[in-house]
Design a protein around this ligand. Structure first.
Ligand code: FAD
Ligand code: FES
Length: 277
């Protein structure tokens, strides 16, 4: 049955889970960088989630979500066998992948799941993938075994030093770029402050750097304007023009301001949801 959850895997208890969803049309057409917009109830909010992987033969896609607010908390109540009401996709422009040489894929927090599909696309295109992943601690680090299968190297940073470098992914990235001058491209997916920091680190090295923007999205098809972002002083819609943009040109401060615009309403909505549970 379309949109049925075939498998649920808890990656970090009460925080992050992975769903394998039966969606043959999306599985057939999805490319790295694409996302879906899903709705759980007829009056529910539409939330974008990146396609972390796909299996066209089985007709399934993989989505990974972090429980942040009401909609992801509601999604977390769904179990194997349940069906997602609406699942729209694949949306967004796929990542532009060419056989270029060495590509550094940087992922932070839940963004590592989204980065995995891009890293896999680069690996399949014949590129050498170096993965740089970071989380607060070792137990919050996602997709490390999956990335090890497709990467020449997986470099790890944890805030508490429980695995790999003690500190931010950006410090590992900077060191790698200082020691190696053969990197063709850097792709970063993660929290906005991380992507902003990545843009700052790669700028002096003159290496093409792409970030995947997690802007506010409503319709996901370019009609509502909710996802607008400023890139090189021009307005773009992340859902149809992105979600990937050249890091050096993104106005990250405006993006952060827009992401915080509905904080109080999101808090109220979550409080109501918790009361009803
Ligand atoms: C395009 C895109 C798609 C996404 N898709 C999904 C999705 O499908 N599902 C989902 O749930 N989430 C998704 N996310 C992820 C989500 O937006 C963030 O990862 C999440 O909000 C932050 O997660 P966290 O609390 O685990 O991060 P944190 O644990 O706060 O940070 C993770 C790591 O990022 C680095 N970092 C953080 N701040 C800084 C800084 N100031 N400077 C340098 N490095 C820093 C550090 O290494 C840190 O350990 C997506 C993000 C993007 C950009
Ligand atoms: S989400 Fe509505 S225009 Fe992009």
């Amino acid at each position: 049955m379309i949109n049925k959850i075939l498998k649920k895997r808890i990656l970090i208890p009460d925080k992050v889970s992975e769903l394998t969803v039966y969606a043959p049309h999306i599985a057939k057409n999805a490319r790295p960088g694409n996302f879906v917009v899903l709705r759980l109830t007829p009056t529910g909010e539409r939330i974008p989630l990146t396609i972390a992987d796909r299996d066209p033969e089985q007709g399934t896609i993989l989505i990974v979500y972090l429980v942040l607010g009401k909609s992801t908390a509601l999604l977390d109540t769904f179990a194997e066998g349940d069906t997602i009401l609406d699942l729209c996709g694949p949306l967004g422009k796929p990542t532009h992948i060419t056989r270029s040489g060495k590509v550094l894929c940087v992922g932070g927090g839940t963004g590592i799941a989204a980065m995995h599909h891009i890293a896999k696309g680069n690996y399949e295109a014949g590129n050498q993938v170096i993965s740089v992943i970071g989380a607060r601690s070792q137990d919050l680090l996602l997709f490390k075994p999956e990335l090890e299968k497709i990467s020449a190297q997986v470099l790890v940073a944890t805030d508490d030093g429980s695995l790999g470098h003690k500190g931010f992914v950006t410090e590992v990235l900077k060191k790698y770029l200082e020691d190696n001058n053969d990197v063709h491209e850097v792709v970063a997916v993660g929290p906005v402050p991380m992507m902003k920091a990545v843009a700052g680190v790669t700028a002096p090295f003159d290496v093409r750097t792409i970030v995947s923007l997690n802007s506010i999205m409503v319709d996901g098809v370019g009609m509502c304007g909710a996802c607008r972002v400023s890139v090189k002083g021009e307005t773009f819609f992340a859902c149809v023009d992105g979600p990937e943009f050249e890091a050096a040109h993104v106005d990250f401060d405006e993006l952060m301001m827009r992401l915080n615009a509905f904080k109080s309403q999101e808090k109220q909505s979550m409080a109501l949801f918790e009361k009803r549970q």
